[in-house]
Write a protein of this length. Structure first.
Lengths: 192, 162
């Protein structure tokens, strides 16, 4: 004996709340982006390490950007390790947990954005200071020619990083606000 | 392998959600129960021998946990918050009639005893008697008997609600 089609249609019209599914997609995409970003960072670190170990490129550039390689990359990796525990913690894959995981992802994203902003500002200040010292110090014309592109590239990179970090911070903050409200609403429902 | 299967499980999320709705009225507890079911499925996926039978496997886990949830809930004080559920359903869509009808159906299914509720909700998902028998681990004839009783009781409940 079959149940009416009408009843079946009515029953099957019930779908899971949209926040449960879209949150899953966002959290998973965040994890994939996180992995992609870490791969790029690893490649950048290897590139810089290779640059120093093999001692290729401008001698002056090596000295000027040594602090960046010594401080920026280790700090970057420490931060990545800290945020990595959140990406690894995505094993449960259960909707209610996703709100919490997403909040943690967004908080880690904000930390990364803040770090990028400070990194960009320091990089720009360092490049500008080095440029000024080089000008005042009266460096030889050939040395100036070899180092100049390095400064231009670092300034462009700093501006790009700063812009992306501002955009990310705004986006993460907005979503964090939504998730926090959702989490509070769920908590209130549990309490009542 | 587990990840690939999990992607298929996700396509069954609407079915699982309806199973949960059939066992629990409270919205917050529904999300908790769904979470519990998904976790159990995730843990149990490596034990699935035949991936072709994933749907039956997943629904069996969901119904077993749903039945356990009901048993646990009957020991606790009843927590029915249908008012906020009605409000949510009305907010979701302006078409009040079909949603209130869906809500009556849901309430009627929830009012059935667990063995009948399981058969009815699986029938409403479009499963055949044999498939229901596989999910519940009972004989197909037994499914037929339960389905007959459930349908009769469901009609009484739906007519009573009108």
């Amino acid at each position: 004996m079959e149940l009416d089609n009408h009843l079946q249609d009515l029953w099957q019209s019930e779908m899971p709340p949209p926040h449960l599914t879209s949150l899953m997609h966002r959290a998973r995409r965040h994890r994939q982006t996180w992995i992609a970003k870490r791969v790029v960072e690893a490649l950048a670190t290897l590139f810089v390490a290779h640059h120093y170990v093999m001692h290729t490129g401008s001698e002056l550039g090596h000295w000027l950007f040594l602090p960046v390689a010594l401080i920026f990359f280790p700090a970057w990796w420490i931060l990545s390790y800290r945020n990595g525990s959140i990406a690894r913690g995505l094993g449960g894959l259960a909707p209610a947990q996703y709100i919490q995981v997403r909040i943690e992802q967004l908080q880690s994203g904000l930390r990364e954005a803040r770090f990028s902003m400070w990194g960009a500002v320091i990089l720009m200040a360092y490049a500008a200071a080095s440029w000024w010292v080089m000008r005042v110090g009266g460096l030889a014309a050939t040395a100036q020619t070899s180092v100049q592109p390095l400064f231009v590239i670092s300034a462009i990179c700093a501006i790009l990083i700063l812009g992306i970090a501002f955009w990310q911070r705004r986006r993460y903050r907005r979503e964090l606000d939504i998730c926090a409200r959702m989490s509070h609403a769920a908590q209130d429902e549990n309490d009542t | 392998m587990r990840t690939a299967l999990w992607r298929q499980v996700e396509t069954l999320l609407p079915h699982l959600w309806r199973v949960v709705r059939g066992y629990e009225a409270n919205l917050a507890l529904q999300e908790d129960l769904l979470q519990e079911i998904l976790l159990e499925i995730w843990e149990s996926l490596p034990q699935l021998r035949d991936p072709e039978r994933l749907r039956a496997y997943v629904l069996r886990i969901a119904h077993n946990l749903g039945a356990t949830h009901v048993m646990r809930a009957t020991r606790r004080r009843p927590e029915l918050s249908l008012d906020d559920e009605r409000a949510r359903i009305q907010v979701q869509d302006g078409s009040h009639d079909s949603h209130s009808e869906a809500l009556h159906l849901l309430e009627a299914v929830r009012a059935l005893p667990v063995p009948l509720r399981q058969v009815v909700s699986l029938q409403l998902e479009g499963l055949s008697y044999q498939e229901i028998a596989d999910v519940l681990g009972i004989d197909a004839n037994n499914v037929g008997v339960r389905a007959h009783r459930a349908r009769k009781r469901l009609q009484e409940l739906l007519n009573g609600a009108r």
